[in-house]
Design a protein around this ligand. Sequence first.
Ligand code: 3EB
Length: 413
Amino acid sequence: MSVHPAHAERRPSPLLPSAAPFAHGGEPALRLVQMSDARLVALLHDARSRGDELDRVFPGALGAVCIGAAGAPDESRTDSMARMLTDAAPGLPVAPVQMALLGTEVAPGDAVCELWQCDAHDLRGARHGALHYRYSETAGLVFGSLVVHETDAACDAPHDDGTPLERATFDAYRALFGLLDTLGMPHPLRIWNTVPAINAVQGGLERYRQFNIGRQRAFDACRRALTGSVPAACALGSVVPVAGDASPAAPLAIHFLASRTPADSIENPRQVSAYHYPAQYGPRAPTFARAAAWADGHAAPVLFVSGTASIVGHRTVHRGDVVAQTRETVANLAAVLEQAARQGHGPFSLADLSYRVYVRDAGDTAALAAIGRVLRDAAGPHVRPLFVHADVCRDDLLVEIEASAGHAMEWLS
Ligand code: 3EB
């Protein structure tokens, strides 16, 4: 399927009638709707004046993701968008991604909301401490959001049991797996991780490597596979200051989609699987697959492609050259799609994907334009990647691209 920009006057409609047709049978099981914060505010205002619940405007909404710069000390538009959504729909998990949007069409302070909808009406949710989730028994899907502060982490863990970030990560993932087991939807499909100051070295170890220790320990403690059948993921750094070994003020934020039925994990033949990275990248390997394909019943398969970067084998290539890194990343994305097809999913082409691009250097507008050109040359002029400012998890990586396909997709402009 392709990305269809919506007409400005178009009203959000229920999942099925406006779902894009599929060549390979079945209606999409998931839908991703994206809109600016201004558009969301207008929609919420209209809904309130009609007396409509959010579930009438966005039927089957599992969760929302608010992407944009955080406001400190004042509330940013990202924060106020999240607060308005929570007020309008108290049962809806609202996941913060505190990263500034980039690009020529973006003004400072702009924010975007993404909503994941499923084709069901039996949505239920709850909040357990830091974990907020919503699920559908009919769809067999759950979306959750966890926001934890390292300073509060791990009251129940011995104090010598890792750094605050390791303990926060361990606790967050244990809570995530505990929920999934309780719901009988034990299979995480896609996990998004925002780790504040991901490249900072604290206590002698880069924070991304600390995160990997906590994550792998939690997978292990919860009797999950550490290799092979693992979820698609990304781990990006929110750009925040740190002083010495003090925990950053920004939270560790994790959100996820999980299901009753497993996904098929996909690796990239051009890359060493991340869970087999050698110890030079940290004492515990990252626990994620290059992509996950999820097909439930007769629905068309959904493909989640993990954060993908300029890595060949296990090594970073094209140090210092963001355009060459983007080309290598696109070659990796294409290789993942080919492997997915070999495993019977798709075939998907680069033109079918919906993209998010994480860029380390927010000030390099020429590089940003060049990254967009490389992606459009490969995927077609219609692609509308969302560019965000983030630290990538190796300090020599300048760009990372994630993508998804097989779900309905709509931009409300
Ligand atoms: C890489 O390929 C780049 O730790 O969850 C990409 C996707 C990366 C996911 C993660 C890290 C993660 O190793 C970094």
